[in-house]
Design a protein around this ligand. Structure first.
Ligand SMILES: [Zn+2]
Length: 155
């Protein structure tokens, strides 16, 4: 399985998929925090506890941490940008601020659903060849979505 096929941490192409673009823009932008918003609830001692803004990289990298570094392209490498209105300014949002999501689930539910890929380790702590699982870190599913109660994890 290719991680990029099931998880994205990028703004989608607004022309190719305007619905997904709006969903991601509405639900999957972290903060912004840091210098743009020191009062964001994620900030502690001047730093984002969720480690945003993320690094921009042109290819998903696995290994190292249990979570991969997701592909987040720079605007001049084909990454998209959008703008968000903050209380006193309009700020540019690039892929550094996008929370990893499943395009399929995000489109289905139009909600904040954070999905990540976790490499499985054996008891010695070695990565399993081809081993990994999709995990749901947070999801605001509609309250009438009773089919999968285990999915109703809250942020
Ligand atoms: Zn933050």
């Amino acid at each position: 399985m290719k991680i990029d096929d099931v998880i994205s941490a990028e703004l989608p192409n607004t022309i190719e998929d305007p619905i997904l673009f709006e969903t991601v823009r509405k639900h999957m932008v972290h903060g912004p925090c840091g210098e743009l918003n020191l009062n964001s609830p994620c900030m502690k001692d001047g730093k984002c506890t969720k480690r945003y803004p993320c690094e921009l990289i042109h290819e998903t990298q696995t290994g190292g941490d249990a979570y991969p570094l997701y592909k987040r392209r720079k605007p001049d490498e084909g990454g998209y940008i959008t703008t968000l209105k903050m209380s006193n300014a309009v700020v540019d949002i690039d892929n550094r601020w996008i929370v990893p999501y499943s395009p399929l689930l995000s489109k289905m539910f139009d909600a904040h659903i954070n999905v990540e890929y976790k490499t499985l380790r054996d008891f010695q702590g070695n990565d399993q060849p081809m081993g990994g699982a999709l995990i749901l870190l947070a999801g605001d599913f509609p309250s009438n979505f009773a089919g999968y109660p285990a999915f109703n994890a809250r942020r």
